[in-house]
Write a protein that binds this ligand. Sequence first.
Ligand code: AMP
Length: 400
Amino acid sequence: MDISVLGLKVLVRVDFNVPIDKQKRITDDTRMKKALPTLNYILDQGGALILMSHLGRPLKKLKADGTVNVEKFSLRLIIKHLSNLLERPVKFATSCVGEEAKRMAGALVPGEVLLLENTRFHEGEEAGDEAFARELASIADVYINDAFGTAHRAHASTTVVAKSFDDDHKAFGFLMESEVTNAEKVLNDPGRPLVAITGGAKVSDKLLLLERLIDFADTIIIGGGMAYTFFKAQGGQIGKSICEHDKLDLALDLMKKAKEKGTTLLLPVDNIAADDFSNDANRQTVDSMNIPDGWEGLDIGPKSIETFNKAIGEAKTIIWNGPMGVFEFENFATGTNSVAQAVADATKAGAFSLIGGGDSVAAIKKNGLDDEVSFVSTGGGAMLEFLEGKELPGIKAIRG
Ligand code: AMP
C-alpha cells in the first residue's frame, strides 16, 4: 500500500460480513480484526476512513412486505465493536450512496471514521452497476480494497468502483496483499514436493481445483465425502455413503489424467463408517471398497491417516482445502484433526502451508493450530477460485 493518504479521504472496501447471532451479537470478529492493520495504517498516515462492506444477502432475504430487513442486515450492528477496535468514534451513514453519505464524507477530517450502510441494500452492488459504483467513488480520493473474501465477485464496491481511480489512487490493503502474495507463492514458486489435501462434500465443487492440481501438485490427497464417488467409480461397495452418481466417469477421468501426468493421487484405503448420520451412531472401521449396506463413511480410517500423514510430512509445500470427514461430529473428526496436526508438524519442519477454505480453516482453528501453519486464508470461495487459476475481478481491478 505505497500510496500517500495524508489529508485524503480513503474509501476502503472491507469484509465485515461477520456472523451475528439472534441476540445481535457478533460471534466471530476475525474479519474485523484482520482489517485493522490497514485501517490503523491509514489513520496513522493522516487519512480519513470511509468504510464500506456487505453483510449477508439482504436482497435474497427480503421481509414478507418486500422491503429490506434492515434490523437484521444493518452494519449499524457492528458500530460499537468497530469503535472499540479502532479506539475512536465511528460515524454512520444510513445509505452507502446519496446526500447523507456525501455530506458526512465531505465533513470528515483526518483520523475520523465513517462507516457506510450495507452495500448490498442496493441492487447496483451485486449487479456491478457502473453508475452506482461511480457514486460510491465520488465521496473519496483514494480506493483501497482489503476484502479478499469477495475478490471473486465483480460487484460495484469490490471491482467496478476501482475504475474511478487512477493507479496512484488505488491499492490493495495489507490483508488483500498478503492473501495474494501467499497464494501466488504457492502457485508460482512452490517448494517441492507440493502436497494438496482436498476434501469436503462434493467432487463437483472441487472439480476445477482437482484438474488444476493434477497439473501442478506432486501429490493430491482426496478425503472427505468426495472420496466415495471415486470408490464407487472403481466398482466399490459404498453402502449409503455420500456419492455423486453422475460424476463417476469424471472421477475415473481425473484418476486417468493424474496417472498420465505422474501426479500421485492418494485416496483413503479405510474409513470410519456409521449406521446413522449422527455423532452418536454406531461406528466401525471398514475398507473403502467394501462398506456394508446401511452404513456410510463419515471419516477416514487409521491406515489412511498414517499414509496421508507420511505424505504431508514429506511435503515442502502444502495446500489444504476441505475436511477429511464430517468433522462437525466429534466422533468423526479424528481424520481431519490428524491432518491439521500433520500440517502443523510439517510446517514446523520447514514446509510452507496454506489453508484455503472455510471448513479447513475452522478445523485448524478448532485444533488451536492457526499460529502453527504458514497462512490461513480469509477467503473460502475467493481462495478456491484463485487456486483454480482464475483471474479474480477484485484483483484485476487494482492491478489492471
Ligand atoms: P465443503 O464445503 O465442500 O468443503 O464441504 C464441507 C462439508 O463436507 C462439511 O460440512 C462436512 O461435514 C462434509 N463432509 C465431509 N466428509 C463427509 C462425508 N464423508 N459424508 C458427508 N459429508 C461429509
